[in-house]
Design a binder for this molecule. Structure first.
Ligand code: ADP
Ligand code: ZN
Length: 530
């Protein structure tokens, strides 16, 4: 309004105002958009909710031709296109959910130059027919969304993404922008290399979400712990509770509903109608809790999610960050709460061993899990650990807004305790050729004459009862932390305990084992329900 004569706002800014109705760009959006509008390649790392979409939508609108968006989220394309059309943007998509006529219509629009944006699933670009179609139209920009899918080391690898490197060869004059919300430094380099974008400019937004308070508590009676947490801190709030299995999703949703908290289940086993209904209730209503598997959340843009709770351990820090990142997009205080216990570690280690995939895949999965476990067991700032994982320098003084900053956990020298656990396993294996799970090992250490101890004569072992100085909860904590630190291994379908490569150094006394103290309350409780 008060512009100096002759100085007009950029076309990008004008588009932001006119089409999207926003006042100003956020963070690095403007720089990214100007760079791409000018024809440059870009690799953009921005946390979920950071505003990545505008970074390619506006260049697509400003530059002549159609912006081609490659996205693996087929289920969201219809919604994305509908939302754009409601703003007056000429958008369309081509994917396997369409029939022949629908597809032909979109293709005709593209060829006639009547589309601003065209969304494509990556597998489409394997087809000669698609490449042929694209070369007969005019393309303004290629956007590669969820670009981390190109990384074989990532948690979400999609082989079709590898073919995207040909875009630069076939269309050298069309700028490309690769975007992702989950990338470590290594993934970041891999994206650049595999998409063949050596001259791209890199834009890395901060991954910190300062309004999210991170907390990880020892699992005792998870449903009750969850209920107490919701009642005390989130009465009437909207939030998401993540569980690993469909069964626990159902049970947890029922349990919350029975206890006066409005909750609905969401998982891939429910029929599509019910899933859609629960999702739209969550978006529209205030204060609904969705209990879900990780199938829920991709592309969900609800600003006032006040909490994300995990009743089971995520498989990787990327997953944890993405899921917790759905809280507090409006910038208001929110919490990310997780209950985590010994059985989580055993279960996840077992899953990796018995799961599909080759040796390299298993090693990768194990490395992802190890980082996640290190976050759970850390005695220092959780936010600092998260940021360091994503290659960002954390605040050395701690964040002041996570559980470890607020109540620093005490540590103790667990070397002798660790030796007791390991030598019990050695005795069973060497003297008797037997393998047992955590429950039996702990019972032996505590000198408990349970039916199973008597049955196997375990009260005759020299290690029987050598652990009476700690409680059962504390022993489970020791075993859990040894597993998390890789000083103990899990084997076979029953999850029996075994020595790991690193166990020897502990047994020989060459290595100290600092452990976190278990909180008194949980340490006393019997923790079988985890
Ligand atoms: P991402 O893809 O990075 O998760 P989105 O592109 O979906 O994020 O944007 C998240 C939300 O922020 C959307 O509701 C979007 O409309 C909004 N948004 C993005 N940029 C701006 C801006 N400059 N001003 C206001 N709102 C914005
Ligand atoms: Zn902290």
């Amino acid at each position: 309004i008060d512009e100096m004569p002759g100085v007009t706002e950029s076309e990008a800014l004008a588009t932001l105002h006119r089409i999207f109705g926003y006042d100003a760009f956020r963070g690095e959006q403007e720089e990214i958009i100007e760079h791409v509008v000018a024809g440059g390649d870009a690799v953009v790392l921005m946390p979920t909710g950071g505003g990545k979409s505008l970074c390619y939508q506006i260049p697509a609108l400003v530059r002549p031709g159609t912006g081609v968006v490659v996205s693996p989220l087929i289920a969201l394309m219809q919604d994305q296109v509908d939302a754009l059309r409601a703003l007056g943007v000429r958008a369309g998509f081509v994917n396997s959910t369409q029939d022949f006529d629908e597809r032909r219509m979109v293709e005709a629009e593209f060829l006639a130059g009547e589309l601003d944006l065209l969304y494509l699933a990556p597998e489409r670009l394997r087809l000669d027919s698609t490449l042929d179609l694209l070369s007969r139209g005019k393309i303004s920009v290629f956007a590669i969304d969820e670009a981390h899918c190109v990384s074989q080391w990532g948690h979400d690898f999609r082989p079709d993404y590898l073919a995207l490197s040909l875009l630069g060869e076939r269309w050298p004059d069309v700028p490309r922008i690769a975007l992702t919300a989950t990338a470590t430094r290594a993934t970041h380099e891999e994206i650049t290399r595999r998409l063949n974008m050596p001259s791209a400019r890199h834009f890395v937004a901060s991954f910190d979400r300062p309004n999210i308070q991170y907390r990880i508590v020892p699992k005792a009676d998870p449903k009750k712990q969850l209920l107490a947490y919701l009642r005390e801190e989130h009465a009437g709030d909207a939030g998401i509770v993540y569980c690993l299995s469909r069964n626990s999703v159902e049970k947890t949703a029922e349990f919350l509903s029975r206890n006066g908290i409005e909750a609905v289940p969401y998982h891939a086993g429910l029929d599509a109608g019910m899933r859609a209904a629960h999702q739209s209730r969550f978006l529209r209503e205030d204060g609904l809790v969705v209990v879900a598997t990780i199938a829920f959340g991709m592309g969900i843009d609800k600003p006032d999610v006040r909490f994300v709770a995990h009743l089971d351990l995520p498989k990787s820090i990327e997953g944890y960050y993405q899921e917790t990142g759905r809280a507090g997009r409006d910038g208001l205080p929110s919490t990310a709460w997780m209950a985590y216990g010994l059985n989580d570690v055993i279960q996840q280690r077992k899953l990796i061993q018995s799961g599909e995939g080759d040796e390299a895949f298993r090693r990768r999965a194990a490395a992802h899990l190890d980082s996640m476990l290190a976050l759970c067991e850390t005695a220092t700032c959780r936010r600092g650990q998260l940021l360091a994982y994503f290659g960002q320098d954390p605040d050395a003084a701690g964040c002041g807004n996570c559980d470890t900053c607020r109540t620093p956990p005490e540590t103790w020298d667990g070397t002798v305790a660790a030796q007791k656990v390991l030598s019990t396993i050695v005795r069973l294996q060497r003297e008797r050729g037997q393998k047992f799970g955590a429950v039996q090992i702990v019972d032996i250490l505590l000198g408990k004459r349970t039916a199973k101890v008597i049955q196997f004569d375990h009260d005759q072992l020299s290690v029987f009862g050598i652990g009476e100085d700690l409680t059962e909860g504390e022993w489970r904590g020791v075993v859990r932390q040894l597993l998390a630190q890789g000083l103990l291994a899990v084997e076979g379908e029953y999850g029996t305990l075994a020595l790991s490569e690193a166990s020897g150094s502990v047994l020989r006394g060459d290595r100290e084992v600092p452990l976190r103290k278990e909180p008194k309350k949980q340490a006393a409780a019997r923790t079988t329900s985890s």
